[in-house]
Design a protein around this ligand. Sequence first.
Ligand SMILES: O=C(O)CCC(=O)C(=O)O
Ligand SMILES: [Fe+2]
Length: 348
Amino acid sequence: MGGLSMGQAFVQAPEHRPKASVIEADGIPVIDLSPLSAGPSDEAAVDALADEVGRASRDWGFFVVVRHGVPAEAVERMTEAQRAFFALPPERKAAVARSEASPLGYYESEHTKNVRDWKEVFDLVPHETPPPSAVADGELVFENKWPDDLPAFREALEEYGEAVEDLAFKLLELIARSLGLKPDRLHGFFKAQTTFIRLNHYPPCPSPDLALGVGRHKDAGALTVLYQDDVGGLDVRRRSDGEWVRVRPVPDSFIVNVGDIIQVWSNDRYESAEHRVSVNVEKERFSIPFFFNPASYTMVEPLEELVSDESPSRYNPYSWADFFSTRKNSNFKKLDVENVQIAHFRKI
Ligand SMILES: O=C(O)CCC(=O)C(=O)O
Ligand SMILES: [Fe+2]
C-alpha cells in the first residue's frame, strides 16, 4: 500500500524517534463554537469564547473545536474522495504529480527537516489565481491538478474548501477579539490568500519506532484547521514540560493550531507549537490540514497595536512569499542546510 518501502531515508535520529509509550493529552481544550451560530449574536457569549480561544492559543497553541458549523456531509464526501484518490494505481497518481516549478498535486517523498516522511500527499489551492501569460524563470506556478475520471473529487474539495474557509474566518475573528482587536482586524491580510489544502495518507509502517508520518515541525502560516480520522497519531509538544502528547481523535471535530504568523502578529503572546505525526504497523491514517495563509505580498511583523515601550517588537519584518517558497523548496528535496524559521527574524 502506498508504494513506500522502509529504508535509511526515513530513519529519524535517535533523539527524535517516538517512544513506545504514548501520553494521551488530557489538557488540550475542546471548544464548543455553537454560540457563533446561535442567531443574533450574543456578544457576551462570543467574548467568553474568544477568551477560551486566547487561553488555548497561549497555553497550548492547539485546541479542538466542536459544533463548528462545517456540515458533516461535506466532511464525509471529502473523506470518501480522499480515500478514492489514494486508492488509485500509482500511474494515475503520478499523472497529477508535483514538480519543482509546479508545487501542487501528488507527492510521496516530502522531507521534514531533511528526513523523509512516511506519507503520500495531494496539495491544492481553494483560490486559484489566473495563470500568468509568462512565467519568469524560477517562479512557482500554483495551478491545481485534477485527476481524470474522478469527478466527485473536485466537487467534494470545492465544497469542503468553502465550508472550512468560513470556519477559518470565524476563528480569525475570535483570535483578533482575544487580542483586544476589532474582530475583522486581520481580514485584510487574506484578500489574496495563499491558503492551501493538503490531503495526507499515512500507510501502515513496518518500523513506526524509527520513522514518522511527519517529522517535528511548526506550521509556518497563520492558522491550520485540521481534520483527522479516528486512528490517531498527531503528537504535540506540551509547553509545560516539553513532552510529546497524542491529540485524541474527537468525533465531528477539527483541530486548530496557531501558526508562526500568528505568533509574530501577536508579538509572542501566542506560540506556534511543535508537532509531528506518529505512524503505526496496522492502520493507515488520513488527515486534511487546511493551511490558512495570507496574501503572498504580506510583510509579516508584530501588529502595531500590540507593540509598545513596555512590549517592544520582537521580530524584524519578513516577506511571506519568500518564507513560503524557501520552505516549499526545502521540503521538496533533501538539503544540507536547516530550513527557514521565524527564529531567524527574532530581535530579542
Ligand atoms: O496529519 C496530521 O495530523 C498533521 C499533519 C501536519 O502537521 C502537517 O501536514 O503540517
Ligand atoms: Fe503541521
